[in-house]
Design a protein around this ligand. Sequence first.
Ligand code: HEC
Length: 481
Amino acid sequence: MKSLLKNLIDAFEDRTGLIGQMKQAALHKVPPGAKWLYVFGSATLFAFFLQVFTGIILATTYVPSSGQAYDSLNFITNEAAFGHVVRGLHYFGASAMIILIGLHTIRVFLTGSYKYPREVNWLTGALLMPLVLGMAFTGQLLRWDQNGVWGVMVAAEQAGRTPFIGKYVAHFILAGDTVGGATLTRFYALHVFIIPGLIFLLIGLHLYLVLRNGISEPPRSGHPVNPLTYRAEYHEMLEREGRPFWPDAAWRDVVFGFAMIVVVFALAWFVGPPALGNPPNPSLLHAVPRPDWYFLWYFALFALMPPSLESLAILSIPVVLGILFLCLPFINNKGERSPLRRPWAVAFVLATLIMIGTLWHLGVKSPWSPDFSAKPLPAEVVRVTSGPAYEGAILFHQKGCEYCHNIDGYGGHRGPNLSYVADFMTEREMKLRIMNGRGNMPAFAAILKPQELADLLAFLETRHRNAGLMAKPVVTQQDPR
Ligand code: HEC
């Protein structure tokens, strides 16, 4: 029996040579001292496999059509066996992948591992970065809830403001003039076929190059890279003190990758996927959405920028930075690798992290974004318990006014605080503003029924500075106009 199996394996090996290849890859010598800092690349790969696995499971149930996407996700989240966990795994797996690819990039940058002979390693990795972000961006739309749809709509709208090419870029992103079924189909194709295909290809190339050029040895200050002598020195060092990749170095990759998956699983199980927002609501097209966390800082950046700058910046900043990022090893591929001798590199990483962190913090608080999690106004704020003003208070939440307007501490801050609106606006002024909108205030004329508008106005009319102290409803002065 045993010899039969062995014969089979031998025959297979004779025809394919695959086992020998794998052995060779597993046992190839790597520099000693490549310790825990070197685990982020393999962990990114583990996270990617997790995404492929959970993504395929989601794709067996998700319906990529504008009429059914939201419902199918609702079904996955609330009814399908383990659907909740699978969505959670896919969501936190995406976050993990973005964090890990970021850490891996920082490590490679700081240790100068992109220098000769690993310039093309860097290039393939640097191309993977926007693809991973592209997965995150397209995935957000597939949720087909308010946030997802608006995120893409705002991105397209802003890209559309770029001079000359903006219109075409926006049209390409949306597969039309506005977000609709065609956009969903396009994003679905990008998310499940095109981008993953490219990622597979580039990862293959990336890994091939890692094997071909070897893992970079930990940098030592005072030992600059000289392209003329580097390879010979590297091989001599490997002969002298190299260790087999498996198990001497690889056990750390396995332990870290496994720990990462345990953390993602725990988050998926105990925290769960992000709640689905409401289905897309066409009455709030002007609202600014809150994107997933990894894009939040970028949105904050544009929210803080003067609008005149914005149109040029939104596409050109990432394009210019992206080109610099890709070209880095071709600008400088020799010299010192140690971060101790490259203070500017360390400073650059720190400055970038601080900038992103600050913007992110601003983005989290983002007064410029509607607050979609606003809860209905509580009784002590509404103060009346029946009648038109009471109905109006309910509508204030239901119709989304509260996303943008704050009343006594409840609601968003995108629009003016309406706690005391009746003190500075007449009913007629309010009515005109609500019907016609202005600036970032959407027009509600087509959305509100006359009765609803009357109730809303009745509620807003109760919002006086002193109203809370008075026992009786306030009688307001008649508008003379
Ligand atoms: C997408 C965010 C948003 C939503 C949703 C929204 N508003 Fe506004 N609203 C604004 C902004 C921004 C302004 C300021 C517009 C301007 O004058 O430039 C505003 C202004 C107003 C004003 C005038 C206040 C003032 O100080 O100028 C009133 C009244 C008002 N909104 C009521 C409502 C009501 C009622 C609803 C729900 C039916 C609503 N808004 C929904 C953003 C919003």
